[in-house]
Design a protein around this ligand. Structure first.
Ligand code: RB5
Length: 144
């Protein structure tokens, strides 16, 4: 599985930990940056991650900022993207099963690296359930 990952300056260390975790899981990782600590604008990295997902260059995306809120709002402005902002694994798992999320967001200033890895694992291990949930996802996408 190919995962595009991107972040702002608040989440560079977290991104590096999650990239290694994804590689340890056997994922191919496409790093969209930022790789530094200079202040950048999270919508720019939301765009890079979501474009990679929409282009089929990545199967799924992970986008991280300080809280996860700003970058998830930005991701959800992009056609074709269903992003969730999760601080615990239960919502991450259900967001795949029920909402067919294709981008996972979280906050590097909110969760620690071990909890973040659990969130990522639950999200990646879950599968969309379809059925009645497909109808609802279709309605979400029709809102765009
Ligand atoms: C950057 O300071 C911060 O605003 C950003 O990482 C994020 O938390 C925004 O939602």
């Amino acid at each position: 599985m190919k995962i595009a990952i991107g972040n702002d300056h608040a989440a560079t260390d977290m991104k590096n930990e999650i990239m290694q975790h994804l590689k340890d899981r056997g994922c191919e990782v496409i790093n969209m940056g930022t790789d530094g600590y200079d202040s950048v604008d999270y919508p720019d990295y939301a765009r890079k991650v979501c474009d990679a997902v929409n282009a089929g260059e990545a199967d799924l995306g992970v986008a991280i900022c300080g809280t996860g809120v700003g970058i998830s709002i930005a991701c959800n402005k992009i056609d074709g993207i269903r992003a969730c902002c999760c601080s615990e694994p239960f919502s991450a798992k259900l967001s795949r099963q029920h909402n067919d999320t294709n981008v996972l967001c979280f906050g590097a200033r909110v969760v620690g690296p071990e909890l973040a890895k659990m969130i990522v694992d639950e999200w990646l291990d879950a599968e969309f359930m379809g059925g009645r949930h497909q109808l609802r996802v279709d309605k979400i996408m029709a809102l765009q």
